[in-house]
Design a protein around this ligand. Structure first.
Ligand SMILES: Cc1cc2nc3c(=O)[nH]c(=O)nc-3n(C[C@H](O)[C@H](O)[C@H](O)COP(=O)(O)OP(=O)(O)OC[C@H]3O[C@@H](n4cnc5c(N)ncnc54)[C@H](O)[C@@H]3O)c2cc1C
Length: 391
């Protein structure tokens, strides 16, 4: 009897990248997704060169040229008066690290991965929620719930790419006290029409505004006619109405905008509907799996978004998983090799992201010292500091 396929649970960026890597490694793969359709919420995603190189190796270079935008710079600005503290020359990234710095509409990246996975023979079953697994002498089976009722599905291995609140992580029970916990920060996300913004905010650049207890990131998407924006506030500063969405005026009021630059205020006020996204994380795991079941992406290492690395690390996981399962090694050994290749790096990025969260929300003299050190280091120096992430 033919070996059952490898089952990937979750069709986010991590799950689809893993499915594609496994198919390219010659494995039969099926993706199981709880949503009835594969579609991402409207928001942007920055894909740094460490992940971009992998997507290029997956053969997605030409498709990415059509869908991604390559910002020429990252401007770090002081939110209070709009002063540019440093401009990182992102155009130099391709030459130095083998892939450009790209920004995507999430839906575009997800479609690109899905189309290529389907082309490589991956099967995708939507509308199926995974409730756990059974791993015994008879093999490995996923427990699924679909509209028509409960199902089980046999797999040669199970890859849990089911995100922060992963059912498979809970089922694996890899450590006590593993519940998701708040990072103390909340993100507000919106897609804005570029023509509603002041000219300096419409350039083909990513911009990071540093304010007390808050920061804002925005960048243009597609043909630069829309802008993805995210405002992140310390929960202690987030005192507006507790709605799931806010108008720009409500968000500006919550951010205490009397002290912020007029351009930044215009950006926030241009948002008709800002969507709340409380930022949760989970503790580091001592291992990512057991036997033939292993985690990947946010399910394995959810991180705060302050280094813009969550999806990038999921893509790195996918590439390592594909490499581990390319040969004839027994699956259990291959999944151990995958964890050994990835756990130290992912944990380092998780910790780095956490630290960055405090750094970007400093207040008073500490913020002034940080701003001075950014100025002294300059754009090239700031970019060089990211070499450990990008190489
Ligand atoms: C504000 C913000 C900004 C960010 N910006 C960046 C950035 O610029 N660059 C970057 O690299 N990262 C960024 N990230 C992080 C990035 O979004 C995540 O790390 C990434 O999306 C994780 O992908 P994933 O596939 O592991 O999980 P998810 O995207 O969460 O996908 C999980 C999938 O599993 C499915 N699923 C869940 N449970 C089940 C179940 N029981 N059965 C079946 N299916 C299930 C879900 O429906 C979903 O499709 C950002 C995050 C935030 C919050």
């Amino acid at each position: 009897m033919a070996e059952p396929p490898i089952l990937v649970v979750g069709a986010g960026v991590g799950g689809l990248a893993a499915a594609l890597a496994l198919a390219r490694a010659g494995r039969r793969v099926e993706v199981v997704e709880r949503a009835p359709r594969i579609e991402e919420v409207g928001a942007g995603l920055q894909i740094s060169p460490n992940a971009g190189r992998i997507l290029q190796e997956f053969g997605l270079g030409p498709a990415m040229r059509e869908t991604a935008l390559e910002p020429q710079a990252l401007r770090i600005r002081r939110a209070g008066d709009g002063a540019v503290l440093a401009s990182l020359p992102l155009a130099a990234v391709r030459e130095r690290w083998g892939a450009p710095f790209r920004v995507f509409h999430r839906a575009d990246l997800q479609k690109l991965l899905l189309d290529e996975a389907l082309r490589c023979g991956v099967e995708v079953a939507t509308g199926r929620r995974c409730e756990g697994f059974v791993q015994d002498a008879e093999g490995l089976r996923l427990r699924l719930v679909a509209e028509a009722g409960a199902e089980t599905r046999a797999g040669a291995a199970v890859i849990g790419a089911d995100g922060l609140r992963s059912t498979l992580r809970d089922a694996l029970a890899l450590r006590p006290d593993d519940a998701p916990f708040s990072s103390g920060k909340t993100a507000w996300r919106a897609i804005l029409p570029a023509d509603a913004l002041p000219a300096p905010l419409r350039e083909r650049a990513s911009q990071l505004w540093l304010g007390p207890s808050a920061h804002v990131v925005h960048y243009p998407l597609r043909d630069a006619s829309i802008v993805s924006a995210v405002a992140i506030l310390d929960d202690s500063a987030d005192k507006g109405p507790p709605a799931e969405t806010r108008t720009g005026a409500e968000l500006a009021a919550a951010m205490g905008f009397t002290r912020w630059s007029a351009d930044l205020r215009a950006l926030i006020e241009a948002g008709v509907s800002w969507r709340r996204w409380p930022l949760f994380v989970r503790p580091e795991l001592p291992r990512w799996g057991r036997g033939r079941v292993v985690l990947l992406g946010d399910a394995a290492h959810p991180m705060t978004p302050f280094l813009a690395q969550g999806a990038a690390q999921a893509i790195e996981d996918a590439a390592a998983l594909g490499r581990a399962l390319e040969g004839a090694a027994p699956i259990e050994a291959a999944l151990e090799a995958y964890q050994a290749a990835r756990m130290t790096r992912a944990a380092k990025v998780q910790r780095g992201s956490w630290r960055q969260g405090s750094h970007v929300h400093l207040r008073g003299p500490a913020a002034a010292a940080r701003d001075l050190s950014i100025r002294l280091l300059g754009g090239r120096g700031m970019l060089a500091r990211n070499a450990w992430l990008y190489r």
